[in-house]
Design a protein around this ligand. Structure first.
Ligand code: PAF
Length: 282
C-alpha cells in the first residue's frame, strides 16, 4: 500500500529510513489532478530509483491573485490511484499551512531565466515555484527529480537553481505527452468547453508547423515567429500571450537559429491559458 503523509517531519522520517537502507529516491513534484504526463514522470522515476515519492500540492505562492488558484482542479482519490498504479511508494500531500506556517518569510528568487516567456506574464510565478521546489527538495532529499518538458522554462529554471545553489539533486527532464490529436496533456485542459477543446488544437498544430519550418531549413527567427503568430490568430477563440524563441538553457532571447533553440507559446483559449513548445537543435 502506498504511504500518504501530510507533515514534513513524518515525510522526512520515511525518507531517512529509506536512505538508511541505502535505497535511492526519485521525486516527482506535482500540483495533483494527475494525467498521463505525470504518469510518465512517475514511471521513469520508478525505473531509475529504488523508491519514488510524489508530492501533491497546489502551491498558492506561484499563483497571482488574478489567476486560477481557487478553481485549480483537484482529485486526490484519483491521484492516489494513479500513483499506486505507477509504482510510487509515498505521496506527500501537505496543507498550505504545513508548508507556509504563520511567520513564513523566506523565498528563493531568480533573475536570468525567469525574465522572458511565462516570467513576463506571470511575474511572481517562478519565485513561488523555486521556493516550493527548494522546500520539497529539503524535505524529500531526492537523488533524482523529474520534471516535464512541457514546462520548458520551469525545467531550465530548476536546473539553474540546483546548479547555482549546489543542491545535491539530479534534475531529469521528460518528454511532452500529448493526446491522440496532438494537444499537450495538462491539468488545465479540464477547463475547456467542447468548442474550446477543438480550438485548443491550434497550439500543437502551430508547434508542429514551427518545428517543420526549422527542420526544412528556415533560418529567420522573425519569419518563424511571424508565421506561427499568423497561424494562431486565424483561430477565433485563441488569444496570444506570447510566441517566442529563446536559448533552451539560459532562456535568453535569440535572433538566430543556433544551439538549442526553445520555441515556446502561451495562448488563451477563452479564459484558459495553455502552453506548448518544442526544442530544435541547430
Ligand atoms: O509543474 C508543477 O506542477 C509545479 O510548478 C511544481 C513543480 C509542482 C511546483 O509547484
Amino acid at each position: 500500500m502506498i504511504k500518504i503523509t501530510t507533515a514534513a517531519e513524518e515525510t522526512r522520517e520515511v525518507i531517512t529510513e529509506w536512505k538508511r537502507q541505502g535505497l535511492s529516491v526519485g521525486f516527482v513534484p506535482t500540483m495533483g489532478f494527475l494525467h498521463e504526463g505525470h504518469k510518465s514522470l512517475i514511471d521513469k522515476a520508478a525505473k531509475d530509483n529504488d523508491r519514488v515519492a510524489v508530492s501533491v500540492f497546489v502551491n498558492p505562492m506561484q499563483f497571482s491573485p488574478n489567476e486560477d488558484l481557487d478553481k485549480y482542479p483537484r482529485d486526490f482519490a484519483a491521484d492516489t490511484k494513479l500513483c499506486e498504479e505507477s509504482g510510487a511508494d509515498l505521496i506527500f500531500h501537505p496543507t498550505p499551512e504545513e508548508l507556509y506556517p504563520d511567520g513564513f518569510c523566506s523565498f528563493v528568487d531568480m533573475t536570468g531565466p525567469t525574465a522572458e516567456l511565462c516570467g513576463k506574464s506571470r511575474p511572481i510565478h517562478f519565485r513561488g515555484v523555486c521556493t516550493v521546489v527548494n522546500k520539497l527538495f529539503n524535505i524529500i532529499q531526492p537523488d533524482r527529480a523529474y520534471f516535464g518538458q512541457k514546462d520548458a522554462q520551469q525545467l531550465a529554471v530548476i536546473r539553474r537553481m540546483v546548479k547555482d545553489l549546489n543542491m545535491p539533486v539530479e534534475v531529469i527532464g521528460c518528454p511532452i505527452i500529448r493526446e491522440a490529436d496532438g494537444l499537450a496533456k495538462s491539468s488545465r485542459n479540464k477547463y475547456l468547453s467542447e468548442d474550446e477543446r477543438k480550438a485548443a488544437l491550434i497550439l500543437s498544430k502551430t508547434i508542429f508547423m514551427g518545428e517543420k519550418m526549422l527542420k526544412n531549413g528556415e533560418k529567420s527567427i522573425s519569419a518563424l515567429l511571424e508565421a506561427m503568430r499568423k497561424n494562431i490568430e486565424a483561430e477565433p477563440l485563441a488569444k496570444i500571450d506570447y510566441v517566442d524563441a529563446v536559448d533552451a538553457d539560459s532562456i535568453r532571447k535569440i535572433d538566430a537559429v543556433q544551439g538549442r533553440v526553445l520555441v515556446a507559446i502561451a495562448v488563451y483559449i477563452g479564459k484558459t491559458r495553455l502552453i506548448d513548445n518544442f526544442i530544435f537543435e541547430a
